[in-house]
Design a protein around this ligand. Structure first.
Ligand SMILES: Nc1nc2c(c(=O)[nH]1)N[C@H]1C(S)=C(S)[C@@H](COP(=O)(O)OP(=O)(O)OC[C@H]3O[C@@H](n4cnc5c(=O)[nH]c(N)nc54)[C@H](O)[C@@H]3O)O[C@H]1N2
Ligand SMILES: Nc1nc2c(c(=O)[nH]1)N[C@H]1C(S)=C(S)[C@@H](COP(=O)(O)OP(=O)(O)OC[C@H]3O[C@@H](n4cnc5c(=O)[nH]c(N)nc54)[C@H](O)[C@@H]3O)O[C@H]1N2
Ligand code: SF4
Ligand SMILES: [Mo]
Length: 721
């Protein structure tokens, strides 16, 4: 028998976080299992376990390629890493020389644990157009709302009981944590804490898989969350159920918020949200009385043209009930000694000249975008119109042909870039239209630091096997690009030195850390009630301009926006566009995570494909009957933008008017338009606004559509327009 090794690491097959033990036999990964000693207590999911099929997939990209024909023609020439990198960085230097750094955008898809490298590269180049992508519909609106309200960018649900108490009331608000384990809160922690909870309130248009555990389901009309939160605060404040001590000592603008919530009495909120007013009152009382409580918030709140108010109103609800920094409530975790690792990207932010930040495309209209970030839809429109200052995109993971609104328009825009380079593990649809493609290693093949969102834990990603062919790890690719284009900010002699640098404050080297596995601040080491100490402000308080939790946001006011949250109707709805509703009479929501896909990923892995071979659209049985549709029928879903087909899945746990399509379904086995278009939810979405004012978010979860059964033979060829 050959040798057998057990390596501890962290799964990154989603946003990541599960501790894993990898079995390697004779240089081959033969088994993956959860690490019972890790903070995720031995749990893993189908996506993570299917990583064995991912690493061995025959279609993995193994070498760098340069385009040999027209963009998107599919002709490639294999090149050396040197040539690929010189081509990319040569173009960067040429464009900086000619137009300045804002001509370059360096971006990524969803968070995969390497955000800090992406940020550092952008900052080291000095570009104000630091990133396009989906951050404005995913997480950033919430982060910015946290910042505006509390002065720091995140409060997390205290599911851990470290302060001696678990939440008594949990609200799951537009989030399926049980599937998504996202934004720093893992399903395993949520379920553990639920055992200790008295109440679970579900705020979701659908009865999700945890609905049977909830004592109250608020079946909300998509896109009306701010109205609900304001309505709940109306009840709480008018019934004097708010935490008077916390409000008096630690908040700013309570009187103004009190005035604002008078515009949202439960009867009116019922009309807006379609939730019976009795339930709104019941939820408000439950959350205010049965404390401590937590609210886990999800992406649906961000993918809305009212994203800032969605986030802010829920945060005000946390604050007026005193559910801040108290054991069992919402917590800002203390960072471990190696916190500076997360700052690796932002520590050189000053390298971007203020005038370049000011010129970030679209940031004049959406002034609450992340620092030095441009507005994606504005950039793409300018590119299509041929008048864009941005000329080059270097993209590391992510696939905008699936993730951004209005796929046909996105593709046209990307083709108008002067230069596009993409790093990926497969020849994705975005790689297909690139000039240079770089092959990337999988997490089982790399060494890196891993910081989970909550920031109380940093872990080591340890390499189990070599990458295929000439694929390189993510840190190595960034390091090699960085040192060529901005050597001052990438001064290390090796990747290992760069990892050591990130760990310097913890006084530990990468080699030592790799063996140790993690650095965490958990249990009694966590500090609660930090606002009562000198932690943020000497003498106590929160790090905002007023030193208080800003119910009334001075930052939003200064930027010229409404300082208080309010309801804004979705851009396309029965009420805002009744004329569109005549032709498109059903409500459309796109997205809602499923357990075994990660956006476009894993439909090419046999184990995963077997679990669900086709994309599924959820339709209420009454509606299906009306349209002559049966379980398993192929159905066309059509909006003003286009149409797609998915298979009907009967689902009675939602309003009969609602249709929910699966997002990001990729036919990896096909090429060109047949891979991208047939079932892609973003063929249906609009890139035309209205956008959220401060954050520029697009609505993905509240649109209008029509549906009809696909006749036999009607699976027409699709083409790029
Ligand atoms: N398995 C898996 N996990 C993932 C991902 C994945 O693709 N697959 N993606 C990752 C990423 S990038 C993200 S951002 C997260 C997202 O994960 P979550 O934030 O958990 O979001 P979703 O599951 O998309 O949606 C959660 C719920 O919102 C409901 N919903 C829809 N519209 C509304 C609305 O207007 N109001 C309210 N209150 N609810 C609404 C949906 O019915 C759904 O049940 O998941 C991450 N984790
Ligand atoms: N209609 C609609 N649209 C949505 C959503 C929705 O719910 N509805 N969700 C939105 C959200 S929340 C998000 S975050 C986006 C996600 O959208 P993206 O992040 O843009 O999309 P992904 O499909 O996750 O990108 C996957 C690509 O990254 C590659 N990849 C995977 N791992 C790595 C890696 O480690 N390194 C590199 N270089 N490449 C890698 C994969 O091979 C694949 O080609 O989609 C958004 N778009
Ligand atoms: S939830 Fe699944 S994919 Fe995500 S880190 Fe855990 S095992 Fe990996
Ligand atoms: Mo996301």
């Amino acid at each position: 028998m050959g040798d057998k090794q057990f390596i501890k690491s962290v799964c990154k097959a989603c946003h990541g976080g599960c501790g894993v033990i990898i079995t390697v036999e004779n240089g081959v990964v033969t088994y993956l299992e959860g690490d019972p000693e890790s903070i995720t207590r031995g749990t893993m999911c189908a996506k993570g376990l299917a990583s064995i099929q991912h690493i061995n997939h025959p279609d993995r990209l193994k070498y760098p390629f340069k385009r040999a024909g027209e963009r998107g023609e599919g002709k490639w020439e294999r090149v050396s890493w040197d040539e690929a990198l010189e081509t990319i960085t040569g173009k960067m230097k040429e464009l900086i020389e000619k137009h300045g750094p804002n001509a370059i955008c360096n971006s990524q898809g969803t968070g995969r644990g390497y955000n800090r490298y992406t940020v550092r590269l952008g900052n080291s180049i000095g570009t104000g157009n630091r990133g396009i992508g989906s951050s404005h519909i995913c997480y950033f609106p919430r982060l910015r709302a946290f910042e505006a309200t509390f002065g720091f960018n995140r409060l997390y649900c205290d599911y851990h009981g470290w302060g001696g108490e678990y939440p008594k009331t949990q609200i799951s608000w537009g989030k399926q944590i049980e599937y998504s384990s996202s934004d720093g809160e893992m399903a395993v922690w949520f379920f553990e804490a639920l055992k200790h909870a008295k109440n679970l309130i579900l705020v979701d248009p659908r009865a999700t898989s945890i609905a049977n555990k909830a004592n109250l389901w608020l079946q909300i009309r998509p896109g009306t969350d701010a109205a609900l939160a304001l309505g709940m605060m109306n009840v709480i404040i008018n019934e004097n159920l708010h935490d008077r001590e916390f409000v008096a000592n630690w908040t700013h603008g309570f009187d103004k918020l009190k005035e604002r919530v008078q515009e949202y009495p439960p009867a009116k909120v019922e009309e807006i949200t379609w939730i019976p007013k009795e339930k709104i009152v019941k939820a408000a009382r439950m959350f205010a009385i049965d404390t401590p409580g937590v609210i886990q918030t999800g992406e649906s709140l961000d993918a809305s043209n009212n994203s800032t108010s969605n986030g802010r109103s829920i945060m005000c609800l946390m604050a007026i009930t005193g559910n801040v920094e108290r054991p069992g409530s919402m917590m800002n975790w203390i960072h471990p000694a190696c916190g500076p690792m997360a700052a690796f990207g932002f520590e050189i932010f000053d390298n971007i000249k203020p005038e370049n930040i000011e010129k970030a495309i679209g940031s004049d209209k959406h002034r609450f975008l992340d620092y030095g970030r441009c507005h994606t839809e504005t950039v793409l429109r300018q590119l299509r119109e041929g008048n864009c200052d941005l000329k080059m995109l270097h993209q590391h993971g992510g696939n905008f042909l699936f993730s951004l609104a209005n796929t046909q328009n996105v593709r046209k825009a990307l083709l108008n870039l002067e230069f596009l380079s993409v790093a990926d593990q497969f020849m994705s649809a975005m790689c297909e239209i690139a000039d240079v493609v770089l092959p990337v290693a999988h997490w089982l093949e790399e060494e890196d630091l891993w910081n989970t969102h909550p920031g109380f834990c940093t872990r080591a990603v340890n390499k189990a096997i070599d990458p295929p062919g000439e694929a390189w790890t993510t840190p190595k690719i960034y390091f090699e690009i960085g040192r060529r284009v901005a050597p001052k900010f990438w001064p290390w002699n090796s990747v290992e030195e760069m990892l050591d640098y990130q760990l310097r404050k913890a006084d530990i080297t990468w080699k030592e850390f790799s063996k140790l596995g993690h650095l965490s601040t958990t249990g009694k080491d966590q500090k609660y009630y930090k606002h009562k100490t000198d932690y943020w402000v000497k003498g106590g308080g929160f790090p905002t301009a007023t030193g208080k939790v800003e119910l009334y946001s001075t930052a939003l006011e200064k930027a010229g926006y409404d300082p208080l949250p309010s309801h804004i109707e979705p851009g396309e709805s029965y009420y805002s566009t009744p004329e569109v509703a005549k032709e498109y009479p059903l409500l459309l929501s796109t997205g809602g995570r499923i357990p075994y896909h990660f956006h476009t990923q894993y439909t090419n892995l046999p184990w995963i494909r077997e679990l669900q071979p086709y994309p599924l659209v959820q339709i209420h049985p009454d509606t299906a009957k009306e349209y002559g549709i049966e379980e398993g029928d192929w159905v066309w879903i059509e909006t003003k933008r286009g149409r797609i087909r998915q298979k009907a899945k009967m689902f009675s746990g939602m309003d009969p008017r609602l249709v929910v399509v699966q997002a990001s379904f990729c036919y990896w086995e096909k090429q060109g338009p047949e891979r991208v278009l047939p079932s892609n939810a973003n063929v249906l979405t609009s890139d035309d606004g209205p956008f959220d004012g401060p954050a520029g978010s697009v609505n993905m979860r509240a649109l209008l559509c029509k549906i009809y059964k696909m006749e036999e033979g009607d699976d027409t060829q699709v083409s790029f327009s």
